[in-house]
Write a protein that binds this ligand. Structure first.
Ligand code: PEP
Length: 243
């Protein structure tokens, strides 16, 4: 079973969501699918009964409650039966000043509300070209999980090289595998007893042409799909990947 996550970003509508739900309601899925639309489109799916199909948030507040206009807390997500949330997407890091420190607090908020974090990490082009990317990823993991104790929760990590997001350029499969193995080794050092609870997925220009190669690798537990997740038929095909 692979993890297939859709990040709609600031796109989508009620009609697109109902098109997706109708498409996905037709068959049960053998992969684990999480659809992350804008907050207003989140719904608890109680009346849909689609096996292995879940909704996720694209962001969460680092605060519990109070005078924080525009924020949505982890407790509010849980109350609405939303049990997955992306955290630390590169667009939030660069466009909304989300620091590693804030990401760490957000992961704590999510875990204490039984929400699965989908933590995005990855290097920019300069860091890749200067071969400092492993150091960056190492640091992002250290900071994200600082003082966090894991019990039995699942944690999804999305390795998303920034130079690949929305560009149509993807690393070679050997480069993807090398980073996934690097992340796994790091997690083993940090959480030796919990390493199997961490699912390491790849994100960055995943589409109908490349998903099969990427998902066929045993080192890749899944994919996070941006642009290609806005088309219900393409996304449905990716979600039906079989080894
Ligand atoms: C993303 O938004 O995280 C992403 C991977 O986007 P895209 O698939 O469009 O590159």
């Amino acid at each position: 079973m692979k993890y297939i996550i859709a990040n709609w970003k600031l796109n989508g509508s009620k009609s697109l969501l109902s098109e997706f739900l109708n498409q996905f309601a037709t068959h049960s899925l053998h992969n684990y699918v999480v659809l992350c639309p804008p907050h207003l489109l989140l719904s608890d799916l109680d009346n849909k009964h689609i096996d292995n199909f879940f909704m996720g948030s694209q962001n969460v507040s680092e605060y519990d409650n109070g005078a924080f206009t525009g924020e949505i807390s982890a407790e509010m997500l849980a109350e609405n039966k939303i049990f997955h949330s992306i955290v630390g997407h590169s667009e939030r890091r660069t466009l909304f000043s989300e620091t590693d420190e804030k990401i760490n607090i957000k992961i704590k908020q999510l875990l204490s509300n039984n929400i699965t974090p989908i933590l995005c990490i990855g290097e920019n082009l300069e860091q890749r070209n200067t071969n400092t990317f492993k150091k960056i990823i190492d640091l992002q993991l250290e900071e994200a999980f600082k003082n966090i104790k894991i019990d039995d929760q699942t944690i999804i990590i999305a390795y998303e090289p920034i130079w690949s997001i929305g560009t149509g350029i993807t690393p070679d499969i050997s480069q993807i595998i090398a980073v996934h193995e690097f992340i796994k080794t790091k997690i083993k050092q940090m959480y030796p007893k919990n390493v199997n609870q961490f699912k390491i997925t790849y994100g960055g220009s995943v589409n109908l042409k490349n998903y099969n190669t990427i998902l066929s690798s045993a080192a890749v537990d899944g994919v996070l799909v941006g642009g290609a997740s806005l088309d219900s038929r393409s996304f449905y095909e990716i979600c039906n990947f079989k080894n």
